[in-house]
Design a protein around this ligand. Structure first.
Ligand code: IMP
Ligand code: MG
Length: 177
């Protein structure tokens, strides 16, 4: 089945908002060092752009997680496919995500990194779909709140495609009509 993509957030809007988030983080972490932990693969474009614009010292690391749904979404549990490479003990960590949906991934990874001795954990996401939340989670830095639509681009995929689009788009499935 083919699909078409409509632009939801333009490249310029994304760039502007990433700068604003970086400025806010730089101000909040003034005088400290921040460890950004990006969640692969979706967050990698966002995290690189964000890191470049943060003015306090930054270290970076990556994790990868997969969400296992049983039959239903609500039974989904999160599994770690890739752990951080370096110790995060006593570090001020910001977990960087592309999009928060149910909230399960971020909540799980936050608890996990806290148990590994991070001195603080905050959450930063480019996109948030608040309507979809099933676990309670305070996200400290949110780029854009979006409606419950499936989006791609700027790191996010549909069937591993479209991650390289410089904007955020909504996927429409063409059903041959
Ligand atoms: P959560 O654990 O339900 O919050 O799932 C978040 C993850 O689901 C994100 O990191 C994405 O990988 C994926 N996801 C959720 N919504 C979308 C979307 O609209 N487009 C692409 N990936 C999505
Ligand atoms: Mg993801």
């Amino acid at each position: 089945m083919a699909e078409t993509i409509d632009i939801l957030i333009s490249e310029d809007e994304v760039e502007k908002r990433v700068r604003e988030l970086a400025e806010k983080i730089s101000a909040d972490y003034e005088g400290r060092e921040v460890c950004l932990v990006g969640i692969l693969k979706g967050a990698c474009f966002f995290m690189c752009d964000l890191a470049k614009r943060i003015s306090v010292p930054v270290t970076i690391d990556f994790m990868q997680a997969s969400s296992y749904g049983g039959a239903t979404e609500s039974s989904g549990t999160v599994r770690i496919k890739k752990d951080v490479d370096d110790s995060i003990e006593n570090k001020d960590v910001i977990i960087v995500e592309d999009i928060v949906d149910s909230g399960r991934t971020l909540a799980f990874l936050g608890d996990f990194l806290r148990s590994k001795g991070a001195s603080s954990i905050r959450y930063c996401t480019l996109l948030d779909k608040p309507e979809r939340r099933v676990v309670s989670l305070h996200v400290d830095y949110v780029g854009f709140k979006i409606p419950n639509k499936f989006v791609v681009g700027y790191g996010m995929d549909y069937d591993q495609k479209y991650r390289n689009l410089p904007y955020i788009g909504v996927v429409h499935l063409d059903n041959g009509k």
